[in-house]
Design a protein around this ligand. Structure first.
Ligand SMILES: [Zn+2]
Length: 403
């Protein structure tokens, strides 16, 4: 099947808009998505969208934009985050300069995922240039806070009841795959409190560093292996990473305080409460079995639920079909070991696919994780143009006719 021959779009306008998004710095933390939100609102309003901007916290806006169709059609949501990872230290270009070299546009967040936002906007622009009016509504949510868990972005919009749609696409860069599952994350801070004493008489104290080491060893030797049978057909088993530890004062003092940070990744079917209870139970067990007097306290810092959608769901099939129409190639079903905003939409009952058709890097690695947060992130402008065509095709396929 051939792509719709009447669909053309303003390639120079798309590039200029993407460059403007990249030149509006929004590294998270702290976020500061305001300038990106303004650019999105102005461009979307120019295309006839009704827009609202809401702030979950000061300076943390998210945009909900709706283009009302001629009536009787489905509502299709495109979700993209405006915040980006903080720039790495080794940029050879200005990370917010949007330098263009050949067909590459360099910038922090260029691929992850300001290209996705630009592609959705110019997909609508291309439909309007072709004079196409669709029956269904198009909703675009440009959100804050995704790289830190999304609770001040998509999570806030859902909790406020501001997002209604029949199906959704999260426009993360997914290469030539349509992703149907992502893992969740549970971040715990574990605080161990011992008793201070002089380092020359350690028997008078209780060393929190030593007790924390016991807990970490038990987590890695007992808990992690016990999780390995929680298999998912598309995802790695649950994992635990101890990402940071701090505590103690100096050589010759018995440390009375240690805090370490634990990142537990969840597969679909698991929930954060149970995962936290497993860690807490092990900590309590280690502490209770020890004759010394010390304590351990487990606090939740953040959690993101895992998410999955049936590969036979209409939105997944439609993404693959649009991909095939435009590229002539099949898009495989995929997944991501990281966390995404998709679970917020899935938990709200909106069938959601993760699909941002920017081709993979030459290394074959996952672009979301090889590029995100690394120096000299770029996106190929031909890929952005291709993604724009595919999103436009998807809009036509799902919204052209009344239901
Ligand atoms: Zn992303």
């Amino acid at each position: 099947m051939q792509p719709n021959p009447s669909l053309e779009f303003n390639d120079a306008g798309l590039t200029a808009f993407l460059a403007n998004l990249v030149r509006a710095p929004s590294p998270n933390p702290p976020g500061n998505e305001g300038l990106v939100a303004e650019l999105m609102v102005t461009r979307l309003a120019g295309l006839g969208f009704e827009t609202i901007t809401v702030e979950a916290a000061p300076g943390r806006p998210s945009v909900v934009a709706r283009l009302v169709g001629t009536g009787g059609g489905a509502t299709l949501l495109f979700n993209g985050h405006m915040d980006v990872q903080p720039p790495g230290r080794h940029w050879s270009r200005d990370p917010f300069g949007a330098t263009i070299e050949g067909r590459r546009l360099y910038g922090q967040g260029a691929m992850d995922m300001k290209a996705g936002l630009a592609a959705t906007v110019y997909a609508v622009d291309s439909l309007q240039q072709a004079g196409l009016r669709l029956a269904g509504d198009i909703v675009i949510t440009a959100v804050a806070d995704e790289v830190c868990g999304g609770h001040l972005g998509t999570g806030f919009l859902i909790s406020e009841g501001l997002v209604q749609a029949d199906m959704a696409v999260v426009c993360e860069p997914t290469g030539d795959t349509v992703r149907v599952a992502h893992r969740g994350a549970l971040w715990l801070e574990i605080e161990v409190t011992g008793k201070s004493a002089h380092g020359g008489r350690p028997w008078l104290g209780v060393n929190a560093v030593s007790k924390a080491a016991r807990i970490i060893a038990a987590i890695e030797d007992q808990l992690v292996p016990s999780l390995q049978d929680r298999v998912h057909p598309l995802l790695p088993a649950p994992t635990i990473n101890i990402g940071a530890i701090r505590g103690g004062t100096k050589f010759n003092l018995v440390a009375d305080h240690v805090v370490f940070q634990l990142d537990r990744r969840l597969v679909p079917g698991e929930d954060a409460d149970t995962a936290e209870a497993e860690v807490s139970a092990l900590c309590t067990e280690i502490c209770a079995a020890d004759d010394d007097e010390w304590s351990v306290d487990v606090k939740r810092a953040m959690h993101v639920s895992p998410g999955e959608v049936d590969p036979d769901e209409r939105i997944v099939r439609a993404c693959r079909e649009a991909h095939r129409k435009v590229t002539g190639e099949d898009a495989a079903i995929g997944s991501t070991a990281g966390f995404e905003d998709a679970h917020f939409l899935l938990d709200a009952g909106i069938p959601t696919a993760m699909y941002g058709p920017y081709r993979r890097t030459a290394s074959g690695e996952d672009p979301h994780y090889t590029i995100s947060g690394m120096a000299d992130e770029f996106v190929d402008l031909d890929d952005v143009a291709r993604a724009t065509r595919i999103y436009a095709q998807l809009m036509i396929d799902l919204l052209e006719k009344p239901l």
